[in-house]
Design a protein around this ligand. Structure first.
Ligand SMILES: [Zn+2]
Ligand SMILES: [Zn+2]
Length: 125
């Protein structure tokens, strides 16, 4: 059962201790750098926000058809900053981040450099 094996490998750690109130952080269970990303689906026809779920690893609307216009086409939108309205529609995706493009990791590096050569950095900033 090749497919089953892949499924298990991909779900070894659910990073449940990386809480959604943080944008990113290290998972205490597997040590990977995890980025919390919020996604929402919208109707491609009328643009209304749709309740979003993850089904078979895909970000999809909970219902097949738009409650506003009956269309079954939808768009997936990434939310930069979650708010109290969107949180009712959005779904949280925990991604293993590549440290080079993660803002939090960059900040961490910068702080380490600051400790080593504080004067030089202040001068150049
Ligand atoms: Zn983890
Ligand atoms: Zn619609």
């Amino acid at each position: 059962m090749f497919f089953t094996n892949i499924f298990k490998l991909g779900h070894k750690c659910s990073h449940e201790h990386v809480t959604p109130d943080r944008e990113c952080g290290y998972c205490p269970d597997c040590g990977k750098f995890i980025r919390n990303e919020w996604y929402i689906t919208r109707c491609a026809c009328c643009g209304v926000k749709l309740k979003t779920v993850i089904r078979n690893g895909l970000i999809v609307p909970q219902h097949k058809y738009c409650i506003n216009c009956g269309s079954e086409n939808f768009l997936v939108e990434k939310i930069g900053q979650i708010n109290f309205i969107d949180i009712n529609f959005a779904v949280l995706v925990k991604k293993i981040a590549n440290e080079e493009n993660v803002l939090c990791a960059t900040t961490r590096c910068w702080q380490e450099k600051t400790d080593a050569q504080p004067k030089l950095l202040v001068q150049y900033l």
